[in-house]
Design a protein around this ligand. Structure first.
Ligand code: COA
Length: 470
């Protein structure tokens, strides 16, 4: 696309996001507005299902998801506004520091943030590893551990203070008291009055801590690009100073400077995936952080959780499915078969959203714009649109099943020339902003996570010597 044309497409992208916003607000308009919870009075009562469903783990000002209204907010800002007007670096600042930066502050932040694009020591170390024998997610997790060296205050200071960090004695609390309630368990959350031990060992607002967040958010794209290149037998490429964060990422992946449209679309994808409530990987990273382990280990837990097919990865399945359908004219027959077999269709339905996922609404027009590039992409997009129509007609009203973020993100990445194997790692690249922000916030009032299990085993088993056992 030419420069003039690029400008037109960029404008089209912005208009399409603002239009999608109107559609979203209409869809959720009849649902009641949420009440604002200023200060949480702990302990709170909540109904807990298997997998901690419904449990309140903590309070947070970082982000908000409302599944009935179809809202996704970062620090109070609507995701539609952020995707129309902002960029991933600014959104990372917003999530981490709680406010949109004024111009000078943003410049200073950007100057510092971009220094962390450079992770030569880590790249040198991973270059010697058999990355082609690992999945990109496995290599990414390993890479973050290598990035950790000399970055945390824990590596720099002796560990003598840290034993006190674990001094809050959970076992002094009557944890084994029976849950009350009839059909549903109501659990008590015990308020802690103990001073936060972590604050005596480090200042959470010190630049060292935020440096680690910048290092992770800025350095991970460099790491992932290097992992990808090494896995396919190429040399890693370092960052280029005059490019934006997203353009740099695409450049380090492919060696080509991307056009403005691809750059903007990837940036929107990163913004969209930056945070999403108390999902499994965010919770996993918070659990590790709550032990006052360091942020790199915490992030490693997040990557591990994201690796599972129930969390990251559905977008890869979507693209495989769309390819296998074979074209828009074959969708009906394929859908009837899937329905008869009671198969779950990847890219539809959501645990939280019971209306349109706002991220899918933003991604759909981006997928359409990119699909205009090739016949193959056009065919895949037409297949997706046809399938979306059938699914919504069948289950939208009745079961509240609509496209989720993964339905169109795979198509977008595919059209950007990004291989399927990188879809989930790119999710991690974006979510780094949410993970680190929520970790920093949680550590302000840290309390080690310690749910419990209901023991359903036996009591009073008698010891039998091994030779007498059956
Ligand atoms: N295709 C067809 N039917 C679906 C469906 C899908 N993608 N997702 C949910 N349903 C149906 C279920 O079969 C069930 O029907 P039933 O009540 O007749 O048994 C009903 O909707 C509720 O399903 P359930 O799995 O309990 O919903 P959930 O809210 O717990 O699950 C997901 C949410 C995301 C796990 C589920 O929608 C899913 O597996 N989607 C496909 C995978 C995917 O896209 N994951 C990425 C999520 S971002």
């Amino acid at each position: 696309m030419g420069k003039q044309n690029d400008q037109e497409v960029l404008e089209r992208i912005k208009v399409s996001i603002l239009k999608a916003r109107e559609k979203a607000s209409l869809a959720g308009a009849h649902e009641p507005d949420p009440m604002r919870a200023d200060a949480v009075q702990w302990p709170v009562q909540c109904t807990v299902g298997p997998g901690l469903e419904g449990a309140v783990a903590c309070e947070s000002k970082v982000g908000y998801v409302n599944g009935t209204k179809g809202w996704l907010l970062y620090r109070g800002y609507d995701i539609f506004d952020l995707c129309a007007h902002s960029n991933f670096e600014e959104v990372s600042y917003l999530l981490l520091h709680g406010q949109l930066p004024a111009r000078e502050k943003y410049r200073a932040f950007q100057g510092k943030f971009r220094l962390f694009w450079h992770i030569p020591k880590t790249i040198r170390q991973i270059t010697g590893l058999p990355l082609e024998e690992m999945t990109p997610m496995g290599a990414l997790r390993l890479g973050t551990t290598i990035m950790r060296q000399n970055q945390t205050y824990r590596d720099e200071k002796a560990h003598d203070h840290e034993t006190s960090a674990l001094g809050t004695d959970e076992d002094s609390i009557a944890m084994e008291s029976q849950p009350t309630g009839h059909e549903k368990a109501v659990y008590e959350f015990i308020k802690s009055h103990t001073p936060n031990p972590s604050l005596s060992t480090t200042d959470k607002n010190s630049s060292m801590e935020f440096d680690s967040c910048y290092h992770l958010i800025a350095g991970i794209p460099t790491l992932l690009a290097a992992i990808h290149r090494i896995r396919i037998g190429h040399m890693p490429i370092g960052p280029k100073a005059d490019l934006s964060h997203s353009a740099n990422f695409l450049y380090m992946l492919t060696g080509e400077i991307p056009d403005a449209v691809s750059e903007r679309i990837l940036d929107i994808c990163l913004m969209l995936h930056a945070d999403h409530g108390m999902n499994a990987s965010t919770f996993a990273s918070l659990v590790v952080a709550s032990t006052l382990s360091d942020i790199y280990f915490s992030i490693g837990a997040g990557i591990g959780a994201l690796n599972g097919p129930l969390h990251g990865g559905a977008n890869q399945e979507v693209i495989t499915m769309l390819r296998s359908i074979g074209g828009p004219e074959k969708v009906e027959e394929w859908f009837e078969k899937a329905r008869a077999e009671k198969r779950k269709i990847p890219g539809f339905g959501h645990r939280v959203y019971k209306t349109y996922d706002p991220r899918a609404l933003i991604l759909e027009p981006l997928a359409e714009i990119l699909s205009e590039k090739t016949d193959e992409s056009r065919k895949l997009f037409a297949t997706a649109k046809k399938l979306e129509g059938l699914v919504i007609r069948q289950w939208g009203e009745d079961k509240k099943i609509y496209p989720n973020v993964d339905f169109y993100s795979g198509l977008v990445y595919d059209s950007l020339g990004i291989p399927d194997t990188l879809f989930t790692p790119i999710f991690a690249v974006a979510r780094m902003a949410g993970w680190t922000s929520r970790i920093m916030e949680y550590l302000e009032r840290n309390r080690i996570f310690r749910p419990r299990a209901i023991y359903t085993g036996t009591f009073g088993e008698e010891w039998v010597p091994s030779e007498e056992r059956k």
